[in-house]
Design a protein around this ligand. Sequence first.
Ligand SMILES: *Cc1c(COP(=O)(O)O)cnc(C)c1O
Length: 363
Amino acid sequence: MRSVCEAAPQLAGMQPYDPKYLPAEAFLSANENPHDVETEIRREIMNTMRRVPLNRYPDPLANDLRDMIAEANGLDRDQVLVGNGGDELLFDLALAWGGPGRTFLNLPPTFSVYESNARLTNTAVVDVPRTSDYRIDEEAVLERVGQGGIDYLIVTSPNNPTGELADELFVVNLLEATDALVMVDEAYFEFSRSTMRPYLQQHKNLVILRTFSKAFSLAGVRMGYILGDAEVIREFVKVRQPYSVDAISQAVAQVVYSHRASFEPGIRAIIEERARVVDGLKRIPGVRSYPSDANYVLLHVENAAIIWEMLYGRGILVRDFSRAPYLDNCLRVSIGTPEENDAFLRALRDAVMGKCDLPSSLT
Ligand SMILES: *Cc1c(COP(=O)(O)O)cnc(C)c1O
């Protein structure tokens, strides 16, 4: 055969996810922790590695890690599930609660992976866009779920890329207004210090998503988890890839999780730096920044695509959302080390004041 029939129709017109990683001196585009896992913990990881059997399949459900996460959250093992990054669990959500004839309620602008997963699984997508300052249009959401027919929705808190927390009372009202599964994506929970965990017991339709990729410096390892009702978790187990979380990742995550308290000073430093970056942005004319409870800040600036190029010309990679729906002229900058943040603020000021060379692509 020298030809192949077409791929599934839902793929037509879809673009593969592209994080637009480019080599840079200051990597402020992916919301990672700027510091890698510290030497002592790394040494412990290496020692553990020596004992990981490589010829055997891993424990499919990673029960040792599951137990640690359950205990830390005051839950039982069957109320926790780990995945190959939070991303795998987001896909599992679409597999388990979406599908043909089913509907996902999206709150754009938000994490674009949600909508892709819905489309991949032939799930209908209903949008309730955020307000012009990126707050959830609470009334419109409650009204829409009240009409029925929604199978699942995702409330990102803090929202990515816009940065603000969802109001706790709103989420409680939402949980009571619908029997749709409500995932609260708390990928940045360690920075916001705000969680819906206390509501798990009363609300069977609540599931919480977290990740090791941001605060815990493990974006390279791929580890995420959900907390929820045991029956909800069981549905996720049905759709997941049996061995998606490999033995190495399980071992690394266990060591890191057992040392999670040692990440606290680093998290606090990032929160302090965030305030400093927001303050610095306020002093640059023509730049508007949005409040953030996460480890990144969204900003609005005229000619954002050109500003992005100028920053990149100075070795600083931020995330360009300037052509994304609802995010006209927006850039997102992750909070890095103090030196990286200073370099970013300096370069942005120069770019806005016209003191940066135009990128060669535009001359
Ligand atoms: C980073 C992120 C995740 C999960 O990322 P993983 O690296 O796959 O664990 C989930 N939701 C949001 C909003 C994120 O920003």
